[in-house]
Write a protein of this length. Structure first.
Length: 306
């Protein structure tokens, strides 16, 4: 019979044995060096990744002659003239003009990709027609074609159609579902949707147009938003396309506007170029942050199975 003085207080369990405490302490000591090494290594990798960003931010507050060859991340005497001079424009062209042109191309590209690629993906995923698998294979095969292989034939075609120095060559392909990657992404997503939804809609008298608009598109929101984010970023950062098809500076995008800071006949304004490049990141970052929560919220439907 145990002594009353050695019994545990009411409502509390018996204390853990001393052997368990020693074993847990020993395990913690054995894991501590590995945990410290892992965290230190992660911080070093993070520093290497963030170094270019920190350098660009610091260089935007330096004079142009102090940027090249300088090892200092931040200047001892920072200046803000690189940002204030952006209001003066470049070669008598307002900086806002470049941003408006890029926004037109980016938004137009997003609309074209979402409309054309979703319609094409619905046809491949939900409609049975002769040659569907062959056409889908040929479309996927276009991903193997380098962009530069098609550049000259496309330029000759648009030149003969007198569309050079317009935004049509940069937007027309987006409305014709030429981006096979986004079509493939949406096709794979639509194929995972339950077939019972389509069958129930047909029993209610819905056609393909109603099923596409009211059932498939809402459920494909994660794929649509993912396509929109990548399309906006690619169109905003595109340099080769505007360089080939645009000739007048007042139609230049932000990427071509940055090139105007470097003049071969004068001193290059590296400070203004870096400042404008940081400002050009804001629309892309804002677009991503605005749609990120919709992407995360809609991912739950990606696991929907029939």
């Amino acid at each position: 019979m145990s002594s009353p003085g050695l019994s545990a207080p009411p409502g509390q369990g018996a204390p853990p044995p001393a052997t368990e405490i020693k074993s847990s302490t020993g395990a913690f000591r054995r894991k501590l060096p590995g945990s410290v090494a892992w965290h230190v290594g992660s911080l070093l990798i993070l520093g290497v990744i963030l170094y270019p960003v920190v350098w660009v931010v610091g260089a935007s507050f330096k004079k142009s002659e102090d940027i090249v060859g300088s090892l200092d991340l931040f200047p001892g005497d920072p200046i803000t003239t690189n940002y204030t001079r952006l209001g003066e424009g470049i070669a008598d062209i307002a900086v806002s003009t470049f941003f408006v042109n890029s926004l037109i191309l980016a938004v137009g590209s997003v609309v074209g990709i979402l409309v054309s690629c979703s319609l094409t993906a619905y046809a491949f995923a939900k409609i049975r027609f002769a040659g569907r698998n062959l056409l889908f294979t040929l479309m996927i095969g276009t991903l193997l074609l380098p962009y530069h292989v098609l550049l000259i034939p496309q330029y000759v075609l648009f030149r003969n159609m007198e569309m050079i120095n317009t935004y049509t060559p940069l937007l027309l392909g987006k409305y014709l579902a030429t981006e096979a990657f986004f079509v493939f992404l949406m096709v794979q997503f639509m194929r995972n949707l339950p077939k019972e939804l389509d069958e129930a809609a047909r029993l209610d008298g819905c056609g393909h147009a109603r099923i596409y608009w009211s059932i498939v598109l809402p459920l494909c929101r994660p794929a649509l938003i993912t396509s929109a984010i990548f399309t906006f970023i690619n169109a905003w950062n595109d340099f080769m396309g505007p360089l080939i098809y645009l000739n007048e500076p007042d139609k230049y995008t932000v990427s071509l506007g940055l090139k105007m800071f470097v003049d071969q006949d004068a001193v290059a304004n590296y400070g203004g170029m870096i400042a404008m490049s940081l400002v050009a990141l804001l629309p892309v970052l804002a677009f991503f942050l605005a749609f990120q929560r919709y992407l995360i919220d809609g991912m739950a439907t990606s696991g929907l199975k029939g």
